[in-house]
Design a protein around this ligand. Structure first.
Ligand code: UDX
Length: 452
């Protein structure tokens, strides 16, 4: 229900130019808008969200001077650093102009920024505005980041190969090779410090669920000493709308309608992970030999150095696709995972994909690529036990075996049952009286209290 006080308050959201971060921030914006807040979305001009799909928001493009980069760079730390340098002055200028206007709807009551848009804190401080951090990865990932300086001081980082399968002290169940960053360069250590520093933020909002990460959230609560609001999974609370940067190919839904219950393996590596040509070929043959129907997302740029992916498929594979597969450049993923025909998700384990899969009771084959994906995969396989991991070299035989284990064998059936139970538990958290439902109401009150 819309609150009297909220309609006249503006919340400014500051989001980075990456799909996995844009989606949860826009979802949070939609939720706050439904509660009566006016929403301004400040974003880098590069990889911008489509404003025409969100007429309810005001959009503020911030020049990010990223013209020197192209999609092949993906040196993420460099890009993030550049954005934090270049977006600061434009955001500050815009907010000053807005606050000079007398209209009540222009009163900014709070700025919510993604963890990696940390320049926002200085802007908020300068303007004496309260700020809140949104964490779009799991809490366990941030706890692992916090451990970086300690692990470096104890000589564990940079990672020694001989230790990679050992458990990290005080970070159960993570092994050294599951750490989101295992290098100790100055850039990495600075990034870790920037990411973990909540500076003068008034609160932290998490796209996670209390029961999933209870103990980790308690540890972080002790460190932060400011309120933590776990209100996930945001996609189950928000009014449905697409936040995709790429066009979704919805034809695959009609194809799914023709498939047998739980028979299809859905394959997607998210928006950033890449593979080389050899991996593409092994994946193709692994899918072909598994005998399961498959829906595979091969987005532009997935294969290093080529956008002409159709040309890359091995001879004979296209015929197999014709018989029992579908290949799309971008899928309506949430609808795909909710479809009865989908029985497994082979994923890079980005946090959004992880939440979307377990919410629909779909067990996973985990093939993490970098950063938090390795942490998510470890939790999926060893704590929640709803996934199995393909480790080391990816060959077609290993892929075929993994698909069979998940889709056909008893082990996979047990994982599916656990995922279904987990999905039901999560759904009850977002319903009236559930933990995320209640915490979201607390967050609303908290935001209103910041400007009263
Ligand atoms: C990035 C990081 O890689 C990830 O580790 C981190 O947790 C968030 O930021 P990304 O790689 O894009 O995200 O993965 P993920 O978090 O899973 O987000 C991908 C989003 O794109 C999901 O919401 C998914 O539903 C959507 N998607 C993906 C589609 O809509 N269609 C597709 O075909 C593929």
């Amino acid at each position: 229900m819309e609150k009297q006080g909220a309609r006249r308050r503006r919340v400014v959201l500051v989001l980075p130019p990456f799909q996995g971060h844009i989606t949860p921030m826009l979802q949070l914006g939609a939720i706050l808008h439904s509660k009566g807040f006016t929403i301004t979305v400040a974003h880098a001009e590069f990889n911008a969200p489509d404003s025409s799909k969100h007429p309810e928001f005001f959009f503020l493009p911030l020049p990010a001077n990223l013209s020197d980069y192209d999609n092949s760079f993906w040196n993420l730390l460099e890009v993030i650093t550049a954005i934090n340098v270049h977006c600061k002055a434009p955001l500050q200028r815009y907010l000053v102009q807005m606050m000079e206007k007398p209209e009540p709807q222009d009163q900014v009551c709070c700025i919510i920024y993604d963890t990696i848009m940390y320049f926002t804190d200085a802007v908020a401080n300068h303007l004496k505005l309260p700020s809140i951090v949104l964490c779009t990865t799991c809490a366990s990932n941030i706890l692992a980041w916090h451990a970086n300086p300690r692990l470096q001081a104890e000589g564990y980082i940079p990672l020694q190969e001989s230790l990679s399968n050992e458990l990290v002290p005080e970070l159960h169940p993570l092994r050294f090779k599951d750490l989101p960053l295992d290098a100790s360069s100055e850039v990495v250590m600075q990034f870790t410090a920037d990411l973990c520093n909540i500076r003068s933020s008034a609160a932290v909002v998490w796209n996670t669920i209390e029961f999933l990460e209870h103990s980790v959230l308690s540890q972080l609560q002790q460190q932060y000493q400011i309120p933590i609001f776990s209100i996930g999974p945001l996609h189950k609370i928000t009014p449905a709308s697409t936040t995709s940067l790429l066009k979704e190919d919805t034809n695959c839904l009609a194809w799914l309608d023709k498939q047998v219950l739980n028979s299809v393996i859905y394959v997607s590596m998210g928006s950033l992970a890449i593979m080389d040509y050899k991996e593409l070929v092994e994946t193709a043959w692994g899918l072909a030999n598994s005998d399961q129907p498959f829906l595979w997302v091969v987005r532009p740029g997935l294969v290093k150095g080529s956008d002409q992916w159709v040309e890359l498929f091995p001879k004979g594979f296209k015929e197999i696709v014709g018989k029992r597969g579908q290949i799309v450049t971008w899928a309506p993923q949430k609808e795909v995972l909710a479809h009865d025909a989908v029985g497994g998700f082979w994923s890079h384990c980005g946090w959004n994909s992880t939440l979307e899969s377990i919410c629909e009771g779909v067990p996973m084959i985990c093939r993490p690529s970098f950063a938090d994906q390795k942490v998510n995969a470890r939790y999926l396989t060893h704590i929640w036990r709803v996934g199995l991991e393909i480790e080391d070299v990816m060959d077609s035989g290993g892929i075929e075996r993994a698909i069979r284990r998940l889709m056909v064998e008893k082990e996979g059936e047990e994982m599916r049952q656990r995922a279904i139970d987990m999905g039901q538990q999560i759904k009850s958290c977002v319903q009236k009286g559930g933990s995320s439902y209640n915490t979201l109401n607390d967050l609303e009150e908290f935001i209103l209290s910041q400007s009263s």
